[in-house]
Ligand binder design. Structure first.
Ligand code: SR1
Ligand code: MG
Length: 389
């Protein structure tokens, strides 16, 4: 067998994942156990640890197709390299909020990172009614720091252009362009919703004003090269506890609109406001706190590091305002796509049918309001007032 054949991509099994890790020198002389724990839409995720130990390593491999659909949807494995580059960069900028990075194999699309299984996946914890008081502060700081230092305010023009090249991610951007900004707004085969919602969905497809506003948001996603964004920051991409927060899975990362990250996390927290019966206020307060911490942290970094003439206060204020206006539009698109598009969320899908229909109708209506009225709403504080509970 030639060397090229030997090195060809091969998807891991629980056994080969252990050998891969041990060949790197990790847990070399230990008897290991391995479980595939991936519950996302795209990848294999193996947790490997020495028998009897609590914590080990995560070996993550990108599959050459979208797991959520099957082999009929081929997908580049280059995304694993984008993800590992982003984790490495985040580790330099704000290590406390990301997993430790150990190894990346480009050909096999495998990344080895810290095992975070002692923490909760935020979406699952919130569904169980858990509270994470430090989460809004941590997420606000994570967003402000990663976005500031990769924006034109915190990176040199040359570095910014280097980031655009390093994080050139057309295939994954294409998924978002389709699933978030296109398919839910017309009769696309990728959509998936209950028959009982047909009339409400038809209204969305027939709404000319909405179509134009979504088109403008999609154009912004294509053209705004504002900072290196995570680009898939939903509550399944965050591990957390009462004291720690770790952001994972930046395989969609590219240099794009800041409002996309801000809006996506807010929308995914908002699902809890629509679905839970108690403590909705706690979630609404956390949305406002994320906005406040983001604005304050970004402003402090800007004061310290931004050079003439971008250091003019009015430039910062307009920039922050525009980030949040975009974010409100993205909240609308994300709420709608997770309700009637391809990739749904457990917060809503776990509800019994009758309640799910009521909740989805409210979510869709609110999503439309966010998209159409984003220039009037302007910030999260105003937006949450519309939802006072
Ligand atoms: C085919 S991928 C579907 C969704 O899963 C990912 O996590 C992204 O959110 C994407 O839109
Ligand atoms: Mg993901």
């Amino acid at each position: 067998m030639s060397i090229t054949q030997e090195k060809k991509y091969k998807s891991l099994t629980e056994e080969t994942a252990i050998s891969f890790l041990q060949q790197l020198g990790y847990l070399e002389n230990e008897v290991c156990e391995c479980v595939e724990i991936g519950d996302g839409n795209l990848n294999l995720v193996f947790q490997i640890k020495a028998v009897g130990k609590e914590k080990g390593y995560i070996v993550k491999q990108a599959l050459p197709y979208a797991k959520v659909v099957g082999e009929s949807w081929p997908l580049t494995i280059k995304r694993a390299t984008i993800e590992s580059q982003a984790i490495e960069l985040y580790n330099k900028l704000i290590p406390e909020f990301v997993p430790k990075f150990y190894h990346h194999d480009e050909e096999q699309a495998i990344t080895v990172i810290e095992d975070l299984s002692d923490l909760d996946i935020l979406r699952k914890g919130l569904i169980l009614g858990e509270s994470y008081p430090l989460l809004p502060k941590h997420i606000g700081e994570f967003l402000a720091t990663t976005l500031f230092y990769t924006s034109d305010f915190g990176a040199s023009p040359a570095r910014k252009k280097e980031l655009e090249k390093l994080f050139n991610n057309p295939e994954l951007c294409d998924i978002t362009e389709g699933l978030v900004f296109t398919d839910p707004f017309f009769n696309s085969e990728t959509n998936n919703f209950e028959d009982e919602l047909k009339n409400v969905v038809q209204e969305i497809w027939d709404d000319e004003e909405l179509q134009v506003e979504v088109a403008k948001l999609k154009l912004g996603f294509f053209t705004k090269k504002e900072a290196l964004i995570h680009a898939d920051l939903h509550t399944g991409s965050i591990f957390t506890s009462s004291s720690e927060t770790k952001v994972i899975d930046p395989e969609f990362a590219f240099v794009g609109p800041v409002g996309f990250d801000l809006g996506q996390i807010q929308a995914n927290l908002l699902f809890q406001v629509f679905t839970r019966l108690e403590n909705k206020k706690e979630i609404l307060d956390s949305l406002v706190e994320i906005e406040k911490v983001f604005n304050e942290t970004f402003t402090n970094l800007w004061k310290e590091h931004t050079e003439y003439p971008l250091n003019k206060k009015a430039v910062l204020h307009t920039t922050l305002d525009n980030y949040w206006i975009d974010a409100i539009g993205v909240i609308g698109c994300e709420l709608i796509r997770r309700s009637i598009g391809l990739a749904h969320v457990e917060d809503v899908e776990s509800l019994p049918l009758a309640r799910r229909l009521v909740v989805k109708k409210r979510i869709l209506q609110f999503g439309v309001t966010c998209i159409k009225n984003r220039f009037k709403i302007r910030n999260i504080e105003t937006l949450t007032r519309e939802l006072e509970v």
